[in-house]
Write a protein that binds this ligand. Sequence first.
Ligand SMILES: Nc1ncnc2c1ncn2[C@@H]1O[C@H](COP(=O)(O)OP(=O)(O)OP(=O)(O)O)[C@@H](O)[C@H]1O
Length: 228
Amino acid sequence: MSCLVAINRLWFKFTEQDDYLLKDINLQVNSGEVVAIVGLSGSGKSTLCYCISGIIPLIKKGIIDGEVLIKGKSTKKVDISQVSTNLGIVFQNPDTQLFSPTVEDEIAFGPENMCFSREEIDKRVTSSLKKIGMEDFRFKNPKSLSGGQKQLIALASVLSLDPEILIFDEAMSQLDQNGKKMINELIATLRQEGKTIIMVEHDLDNLHMADRVKLLRTGELMDFNGEL
Ligand SMILES: Nc1ncnc2c1ncn2[C@@H]1O[C@H](COP(=O)(O)OP(=O)(O)OP(=O)(O)O)[C@@H](O)[C@H]1O
């Protein structure tokens, strides 16, 4: 089994912070694994997701030491478009992710940037919408949707690029019970397809989907023993 994500001795703090937020983080995620990360609010879970996805240091800045390797390549040495070919991230707050006038444009954005044919783009939009059960929302404005629906559209935008690695940063936080059930089933399908998934979860009931659960506490990443 190959290691797709390797975090080696990662230290990070935002410039204005006194203490390091992430302290000597080490994590290897193998191909096809589902790893959950839990921790109290403010413990740095989203920040860790930014580090894994290359947003730190490529877009958000701070003081960083150590490295994150995606398929053996350091996120410090590639540009964000190279990272996003292999990796898709669904953020906690979908408003930071949605910017197109229609759901269709939103989901087509990634495949368009990859220069796929019009036919292929259309196929990917249709199949991504089907996966989240929102075919009827194709021509709606994402801004008019509920928080949960926006989270699903953000997820569909990521699925349209079919990345090998998926990061879900509390991607279910605004979903109702039906939405959560559907995402649970979708994660099970993605897992069967051999995708590698890192999921930040605050709902401990969702942890059964993970092969391993890690706890982020006082900047350190450790095995989760059931106590936050
Ligand atoms: N751009 C930034 N500049 C300075 N501090 C930041 C920045 N982004 C986040 N922080 C701070 O870093 C800490 C960790 O934030 P982060 O969002 O990573 O935590 P989290 O575990 O994901 O929290 P939650 O579960 O509430 O989403 C918080 O104290 C937050 O206020």
